[in-house]
Design a protein around this ligand. Structure first.
Ligand SMILES: [Fe+2]
Ligand SMILES: [Fe+2]
Length: 437
C-alpha cells in the first residue's frame, strides 16, 4: 500500500496493527518507554506495551503508515476510556519492561554525549582564546609567539592522527569574537579533518594547521571598514582586499626559519583556483601547492557558512551543494570529494527532517561514518535543555530524509533548535566519549 493522503485521526489501541504510524499524546518522554512518541508500529510487542502503559487511544498518521488500523468494534468505540490496568513495571517479562531497559541505556548514552559536548565546548573556547591571542600578537609584529602556535597545532594534529573515532562537533560561539579568529580556527579544524582523511603525514598536517590559522593574517593590515562592509566592494577596495595573501607572507617573513615552507605557500595561494582564475597569481592547478588546495576548499566552505552579514550565510548543506554542483572546476576533485564525504551530506549545523517526521539539527558527525550523524531532535514534550540527541548509528530504522531551511521552520521549532547564525566546529577525541553498550 502506498502512503495514504488522509488527515490524522484518533484510534483505539485495539485497532492497531504492524505498519500503522502512530503518535502518543499526553505522555512526557520520561513516562513512556519509546524513543519517540511518533513511530511506525513494527511488532505486536509495541502494541502490547501501549496497553500495559494504560494508553487507550493514539493518533494514527495515515500519510506515514503502510496500512490503516483495523475497523473499530462498536462496543469498544462506546467505551474508549476503559483502559486495561497497568502492569507492574517490575514484571521482567512485560514488553514495556524490555523497552524501558533499552530506553534507560539510551538515556545513559545521552548523558555521556551531553558531557562530551560540554567538554568539547570548553576546549573550543580555550583554543579560540589562545589562537586569537597569539594571532593578534603576531599580526602586531611579535613573531616570538610563533612556537606557541606550532605546539598548539601539533597537539591538535595529535588529536586527529592518533584517534580514529574523533568526532566533529557543532559549537556555540559567543557573539563577541571577531570573525577572522573563529574563521581561522574553523579552517584549521576542518582542513586537518580533511588532511587526516586524505592520508597526510604529521609534517603535512602541521603545515596545514599552521597555514590555516595564518591564512588570512594579512587582513590585519587591511582597513576594518573594507573587511566589515556588507554591501559589494568597489574595485579599488577589492584590489586592496586581494592583497591580503601577499601581506600575510610579509608579516610572517621574519619567522621564515621557524615555519615550514608550505605555510608560506598556503598563505600566498589560498585564493588560487584550479581553473587558473584565482588570485594573486592566477596559477594553474599543477602550480598550486596540494595543501593550499585543501585550504581553498575549506576556506570557500566556511566563507559561505559565515558571511560578514549572517543573513547572507548559506546553510552547510547549501554551501556543499553549490561547491559540488556548480564550482567543481575550481577545486581539486579528489580533495573536494573527500571533504564532502567526511562532512556528510548533512554537515553539523544542518536542520533536517527524519523519516519518522521528527525535525532536528545535526550536531556532530564522525568523518568515518558521515551517513550517521547525531541529531538533536525537537520534541514539545521535552524541555529544550534536556533535548534528546539521537545517534543515527544506533537507530538503524531512522535516517535523514531531507534538509530544511531554518527560515522555513515554525517559530517554536526555530526557538527550540536555535539554528546557529555562525557555524563553528571543533573536534572531540573518541577515546573520551566511548560508552560500553
Ligand atoms: Fe583569504
Ligand atoms: Fe579565509
Amino acid at each position: 500500500m502506498g502512503k495514504l493522503n488522509i488527515p490524522e485521526y484518533s484510534v483505539l489501541v485495539d485497532q492497531l496493527r504492524v505498519g500503522v504510524f502512530v503518535r502518543i499524546d499526553g505522555f512526557s518522554w520520561f513516562n513512556h518507554p519509546f524513543l519517540f512518541r511518533s513511530f511506525k508500529i513494527k511488532n505486536n510487542d509495541q502494541i502490547q506495551t501501549l496497553k500495559e502503559l494504560g494508553v487507550a487511544r493514539v493518533i494514527c498518521i495515515p500519510e506515514k503508515s503502510d496500512v490503516l488500523p483495523t475497523k473499530a468494534e462498536i462496543t469498544a468505540e462506546k467505551q474508549p476510556q476503559s483502559v486495561p490496568p497497568k502492569k507492574d513495571p517490575a514484571d521482567a517479562d512485560s514488553a514495556s519492561n524490555r523497552l524501558w531497559q533499552i530506553k534507560k541505556e539510551k538515556f545513559e548514552r545521552l548523558k555521556k554525549k551531553r558531557q562530551s559536548i560540554a567538554r568539547c565546548e570548553k576546549a573550543y573556547a580555550s583554543s579560540l582564546n589562545q589562537a586569537s591571542r597569539v594571532m593578534k600578537s603576531i599580526a602586531g609584529g611579535n613573531v616570538n609567539d610563533i612556537p606557541q602556535i606550532v605546539s598548539f597545532i601539533s597537539e591538535m594534529s595529535e588529536l586527529f592522527l592518533e584517534d580514529k573515532d574523533s568526532t566533529l562537533h557543532l559549537m556555540t560561539l559567543s557573539a563577541t569574537e571577531e570573525r577572522v579568529y573563529y574563521h581561522s580556527l574553523n579552517v584549521a579544524v576542518l582542513s586537518m579533518m580533511l588532511g587526516k582523511e586524505t592520508g597526510f603525514d604529521r609534517e603535512q598536517m602541521e603545515a596545514l594547521g599552521i597555514g590555516a590559522l595564518f591564512h588570512d593574517i594579512g587582513k590585519s593590515r587591511i582597513e576594518k571598514k573594507i573587511l566589515l562592509k556588507k554591501s559589494p566592494l568597489t574595485k579599488p577596495e577589492m584590489t586592496l582586499l586581494r592583497m591580503h595573501p601577499k601581506l600575510g607572507v610579509e608579516i610572517l617573513a621574519k619567522a621564515k626559519e621557524s615555519l615550514p615552507r608550505a605555510v608560506f605557500e598556503i598563505i600566498y595561494q589560498h585564493h588560487e583556483f584550479c581553473d587558473g582564475k584565482g588570485y594573486p597569481a592566477g596559477l594553474g592547478a599543477s602550480q598550486i601547492n596540494h595543501l593550499a588546495k585543501a585550504i581553498t576548499i575549506v576556506d570557500t566552505y566556511d566563507n559561505y557558512c559565515n558571511r560578514a552579514d549572517p543573513k547572507d550565510s548559506l546553510t552547510p548543506y547549501q554551501a556543499l551543494s553549490i561547491m559540488f554542483s556548480k564550482q567543481k572546476h575550481l577545486f581539486d576533485a579528489s580533495l573536494l570529494a573527500t571533504f564532502v564525504r567526511c562532512l556528510g551530506v548533512f554537515p553539523p549545523g544542518s536542520i533536517v527532517a527524519l523519516n519518522n517526521g521528527a525535525i532536528g539539527m545535526v550536531v556532530s558527525v564522525n568523518p568515518q561514518d558521515a551517513l550517521h550523524p547525531s541529531v538533536l531532535v525537537y520534541d514539545t514534550e521535552i524541555p529544550k535543555e534536556e533535548a534528546v540527541i539521537i545517534d543515527l548509528k544506533e537507530e538503524p530504522e531512522l535516517k535523514v530524509e531531507k534538509s530544511v531551511r531554518p527560515a522555513h521552520l515554525p517559530e517554536e521549532i526555530y526557538e527550540y533548535l536555535n539554528p546557529r547564525t555562525r557555524i563553528t566546529y571543533y573536534v572531540e577525541s573518541g577515546k573520551d566519549t566511548k560508552v560500553k553498550s
